[in-house]
Write a protein that binds this ligand. Structure first.
Ligand code: GLU
Length: 277
């Protein structure tokens, strides 16, 4: 017992020592160091049309992909030297903490809970939570109309799922999947009545199935999308914030939006202001 405790204490001391090193700014996991070596691994979504999508030919497209490439360029890395890694909502903090990605651009809302584990540059976009239903549905018009046992799909580890659990869970049947595309399939099959997440994500699916799916109601949260990176990597965070500012200032931000999400009919929103916390 005593030995175990001593061993545990020793492990704790080592863990603190590692953590201290990791906070020093020169940590091995720094995205800036990866960029200096010429390569970056960037987390994106693979199944969100208009935002982060892996195409059948293996290429990647979407607004998040364009933001990821622009930022990489400012860090000195060309698009061919970016490896995109799928980053489902529930795995994003872990992927960053384990050093499996250098940064994540994946409809990733900046929240205080997440900031305990990772840091965020940005926001580079502000969206809001909404609902996707079948075009023929007339009774779901907003979050309150989910009362009475409606079957609602969202993604585990996402802010919308949490919001529903906190505010509507008593009267709604929440089903959580790993991805929004799985929710959209469930909606199309009639297995759920609605899908909830950010309006910009839902607009991409509605555009994929015109006449079959529609976005309803006004957005009922504010989702500030950040670029997630290792906690304490302030050097890279400052560089990424500069890159976002430059992307907005030189017109690339608006062009990227129009070339990607714009096709869904989602209106161009106000440009965000980077928050250098
Ligand atoms: N923006 C929300 C979040 O970060 C929902 C979208 C997503 O799950 O990627 O949780």
């Amino acid at each position: 017992m005593r030995f175990t405790r001593t061993a545990r204490a020793a492990a704790a001391v080592l863990a603190v020592a590692f953590a201290a090193t990791a906070c020093g700014g020169d940590e091995a996991t720094s995205a800036s160091q990866s960029a200096e070596s010429g390569n970056l691994t960037v987390g994106i979504k693979f199944d969100q049309p208009g935002l982060g999508l892996r195409n059948p030919d293996g290429s990647f497209s979407g607004f998040d992909v364009e933001v990821a490439k622009y930022v990489a360029g400012k860090l000195g890395v060309t698009p061919e030297n970016i490896t995109f890694k799928e980053s489902p909502s529930a795995q994003r903090e872990t992927l960053i903490e384990n050093g499996e990605v250098d940064y994540i651009v994946a409809t990733y809302s900046i929240t205080d809970a997440r900031k305990e584990k990772v840091d965020f540059a940005g926001p580079y976009f502000v969206a809001g939570q909404s609902l996707l239903v079948s075009s023929s549905n007339t009774d779901i018009t907003g979050p309150d109309s989910l009362n009475g046992g409606k079957r609602l799909c969202s993604v585990s580890g996402s802010t919308p799922a949490q919001k529903v659990k906190d505010q509507y869970a008593q009267d709604v049947q929440l089903q959580e999947f790993d991805t929004y595309s799985a929710c959209v399939e469930a909606l199309r099959n009639g297995a759920v009545d609605a899908v909830t997440t950010d309006d910009i994500i839902l607009a991409g699916y509605a555009a994929q199935y015109p006449g079959e799916l529609k976005v309803v109601g006004e957005p009922f949260t504010e989702e500030r999308y950040g670029i997630g990176l290792a906690k304490g990597d302030d050097e890279t965070r400052a560089k990424i914030n500069d890159a976002i500012d430059a992307m907005i200032a030189d017109g690339s931000w608006q062009k990227a939006f129009e070339d990607t999400v714009g096709a869904s009919g989602y209106p161009l929103p106000a440009q965000p202001t980077v928050d250098r916390y």
